[in-house]
Ligand binder design. Structure first.
Ligand code: CMP
Length: 228
């Protein structure tokens, strides 16, 4: 087990409101899942009976179109949860989950969680809050696809990744997103060429530096303005 599993779980929004006793009770039904980089946890359309909290690493959620093109719904990091839609609405998985880096997850059976939903209203409220946040973000992403140009969407995606994975360094905000250029393009909903062009333009203006599977944001304010 990860040493700080209790620590990470306690900080995860789902468990935040639980006292020690409840956390311990839920903790006993948690199983640890280890994934190697690139490994698929489940596929869109699979039957699902567990939700997962990321303890370590990064997981991407993707959907594949009939012609094989992929859309990246998001990249999740430590403390974040996924796989809960099929808890409330028992139907197949709405997206595939694939490890972007080596990852450790805590899996929690929907059946183990259900009694908590009725006896601990705060757990239900927390889950509803997560769903509401997700819906808000999805609405924003949809509006951006219609109203915002590709550079604006790239800026926004990088700022979102920075919020999750950014680390302040001497020379700027280091964002080790671990995504390939293709994955970044799938996240933004544009071609790799257009996304690369936007990144190169930002680099030329001195707003960021491009590194392997990472960027260093040098002028966050300008990026924010571009993302508006
Ligand atoms: P589930 O459908 O059980 O399995 C796939 C999971 O991906 C889903 O639960 C959600 O947890 C997650 N998911 C689906 N759509 C989105 C989205 N638009 N943004 C973030 N996560 C999502």
């Amino acid at each position: 087990m990860v040493d700080d599993i209790n620590e990470v779980l306690r900080k995860a929004p789902l468990f935040e409101t639980l006292d020690e006793e409840d956390t311990a009770a839920l903790r006993s039904s948690v199983n640890e899942v280890r994934l190697g980089r690139g490994q698929t946890l489940f596929n869109e359309g699979d039957e699902g009976d567990r939700l997962y909290v990321i303890l370590n690493g990064k997981v991407k959620l993707t959907r594949t179109a009939v012609d094989g093109r992929e859309n990246l719904l998001g990249v999740l990091g430590p403390g974040e949860m996924f796989g809960e839609l099929s808890l409330f609405d028992p139907r197949p998985r709405t997206a595939s989950a694939v490890a972007v880096t080596d990852s450790v997850l805590a899996g929690l059976g929907h059946d183990d969680l259900r009694p908590f939903l009725s006896s601990r209203p705060q757990v239900s409220l927390q889950l509803l809050k997560s769903l509401a946040e997700r819906l808000r973000r999805t609405n924003d992403v949809m509006a951006d696809l219609v109203f915002t140009d590709v550079p604006g969407r790239v800026a926004k995606a990088l700022l979102e990744l920075a919020e999750k994975f950014g680390k302040e360094g001497d020379d700027g905000l280091h964002v080790h997103h671990d995504l390939t250029q293709e994955e970044l393009a799938q996240l933004v909903g544009a071609s790799r060429e257009t996304v690369n062009k936007a990144l190169a333009e930002f680099a030329l203006r001195g707003w960021l530096r491009i590194e392997a599977k990472a960027v260093v944001l040098l002028d966050v304010e300008r990026m924010r303005r571009r993302a508006r």
